[in-house]
Design a protein around this ligand. Structure first.
Ligand SMILES: *[C@@H]1O[C@H](CO)[C@@H](O)[C@H](O)[C@H]1NC(C)=O
Ligand SMILES: *[C@@H]1O[C@H](CO)[C@@H](O)[C@H](O)[C@H]1NC(C)=O
Ligand SMILES: *[C@@H]1O[C@H](CO)[C@@H](O)[C@H](O)[C@H]1NC(C)=O
Ligand SMILES: *[C@@H]1O[C@H](CO)[C@@H](O)[C@H](O)[C@H]1NC(C)=O
Ligand SMILES: *[C@@H]1O[C@H](CO)[C@@H](O)[C@H](O)[C@H]1NC(C)=O
Length: 488
């Protein structure tokens, strides 16, 4: 039995060691790791041999670390997708944007996509010039969920038309477990689970003013976790959109490892990319003063759970207490919500831009020196930080498990803070002290990591391979669950 060692070093203090034992094409991984975060990245892996096979279903880390060929797919699949809502405009939430980015990419690769989603009142449903994309609409329930008996009927009809579905994908509980439980070819993607949300609840409770009532959620969340632990295993396969979520699904939710797969979110790398001219243009258009030495940007819904009360308070204090800071910085705030008006009250240092469509958002990222995301939502993996990274910008974000474990994995690409006013101020002072030159260097590191892990192409390739693996036809000699090195 040949035996080799693969040593993987992380530039942080984290360090993981893989021992790869191989015999012919069989490999087993003994996996020992100090961290629940990413255990390796490009340039940090030293492998002696390139002809190793990995059983993908057992791969413990994010599939984004693997390299899948961009050739035409090995075979074309018939895929069903269940998603509560299909995005109509650019400011859709994370789950819907994930559904859109991923499934359009899969359809463009030639797979037959059937999307089961809610019809919308008073809106014209978007159309796409892709011939292998089909929508099956239904009226949502009063609570806004997909009507399970209708979508199930629609699924059965399509399943008996032409060929049956190879894979059924549901974004969160779009297809309920009561329907999905007997199917072996179901994949559910989680964009926020109750266990992660407990962290958000704790933060909100700590930030609560005495006048506000205690949130109902705080007391209820633990029972919600127990409920989820009971029904999650009814789905055959699970995709975690962050490393942390993958760990929780295996460890806390006790779902067998080979049914939990980590595929980190990806964003459109053709839209979000560095473009200096675009940034200059944007600054001119929105009258952003040229003489400020630091431009910080925030984007998204300007609401409480995205951390805006906290950021507002920190900014207010900073601008009041330090003249030099005030004269040299400007904050751009994209998005809408109740905190927009309050930010305007902070004076000329804060420019509230309102909601931006995707093209403008791409320009916005190019106009800033650093992207700041004060979100208090610990669940899911925020898309805006990934967009900023692909645009070559460093990040400042809340120290949440998904961010620390998958996104800002080192100080060489950004800054972390705890959701407390003092901590936010300290991080902002730190950024200011570091200055534009340091930020540009961090931005390059961020861009490199983004290109390696967070492109839409990467995400779609990983899902495609997972779907191929789940519908693997061994009798016909297919081996879509095997992956040949290299890891990247
Ligand atoms: C739909 O649009 C019509 C006219 O444009 C309006 O009167 C009606 O209130 C709208 N309904 C909903 C549910 O938004
Ligand atoms: C679809 O049809 C196939 C073949 O008849 C069957 O095995 C499978 O269970 C069906 N799937 C659903 C969701 O009904
Ligand atoms: C799943 O299988 C169980 C046991 O065979 C059966 O009682 C149940 O009706 C099935 N559920 C669905 C949705 O097909
Ligand atoms: C502003 O902050 C900087 C960095 O912490 C400090 O050096 C400077 O003295 C402060 N200025 C004022 C007016 O507080
Ligand atoms: C930048 O220019 C504005 C007016 O255009 C001026 O009010 C401000 O003091 C200038 N700031 C610096 C740091 O020079």
């Amino acid at each position: 039995m040949a035996r080799e060692q693969v040593l993987i070093f992380s530039f942080r203090s984290f360090c993981c060691v893989f021992f790869v034992l191989s015999a012919f094409s069989f490999i087993s991984f003994l996996y020992w790791c100090h961290c629940s975060g990413p255990c390796y990245s490009q340039n940090q892996i030293m492998t002696q041999k390139q002809d190793k096979f990995i059983d993908l279903l057992w791969f413990p880390s994010a599939w984004n670390h693997l390299s899948f060929p961009s050739n035409p797919p090995l075979k074309l699949l018939k895929i069903a997708l269940f998603v509560k809502k299909w995005p109509h405009r650019s400011h859709a939430g994370g789950l819907e944007r994930h559904a859109l980015t991923l499934h359009l990419a899969l359809a463009k690769r030639g797979h037959e996509l059937h999307i089961f989603t809610a019809s919308c009142l008073n809106c014209s449903f978007p159309t796409y010039p892709i011939s292998s994309l089909y929508f099956h609409l239904s009226k949502p329930t009063a609570a806004g969920y997909l009507d399970q008996s209708i979508v199930w009927q629609q699924l059965q009809t399509q399943n008996s038309t032409g060929k049956p579905f190879d894979v059924i994908h549901t974004e969160s509980v779009g297809l309920r477990h009561t329907r999905a439980r007997n199917l072996t070819n179901v994949v559910v993607s989680w964009h926020g689970i109750a266990y992660e949300t407990i962290h958000s609840d704790i933060i909100q409770e700590l930030l609560r003013t005495p006048e506000e009532p205690q949130a109902y959620a705080l007391a209820e969340r633990a029972s919600k976790v127990v409920e989820e632990v009971k029904f999650f295993p009814k789905y055959a396969h699970h995709v975690a959109t962050s490393d942390h979520c993958g760990d929780v699904l295996k460890r806390i939710y006790m779902i067998p490892e080979e049914r939990v797969h980590v595929i980190l979110n990806g964003v459109d790398e053709e839209v979000f990319k560095p473009d200096v001219a675009m940034g200059k243009d944007f600054k001119k258009k929105f009258g952003i003063p040229e003489n400020r030495s630091l431009v910080l940007g925030m984007a998204g819904r300007l609401v409480k759970d995205k951390g805006h009360p906290l950021m507002f308070e920190a900014l207010k204090q900073l601008l009041a207490e330090n003249d030099t800071f005030r004269r040299s910085t400007v904050f751009l705030v994209a998005g809408d919500g109740p905190w927009g008006a309050r930010y305007r009250d902070l004076g000329t240092n804060v420019i509230v831009l309102g909601p931006l469509d995707q093209t403008r958002l791409a320009m916005f990222y190019n106009a800033i020196d650093i992207f700041v995301n004060p979100t208090l939502r610990a669940q899911g993996l925020d898309h805006t930080v990934l967009e900023a990274m692909l645009s070559g910008k460093p990040l400042m974000a809340t120290r949440l498990a998904s961010i620390v474990g998958s996104v800002i994995v080192g100080t060489d690409m950004g800054y972390l803070f705890s959701p407390q006013v003092e901590s936010v101020k300290k991080a902002l002072y730190g950024i200011w002290a570091d200055g534009r030159e340091v930020l540009e260097k961090k931005g390059l590191v961020a861009r490199k990591r983004g290109l390696n892990l967070f492109t839409a192409t990467k995400m779609a390739a990983a899902y495609e391979r997972l779907f191929l693996c789940i519908s693997n036809d061994e009798k016909n000699g297919e081996n879509n669950c095997k992956y040949q090195s290299p890891l990247i």
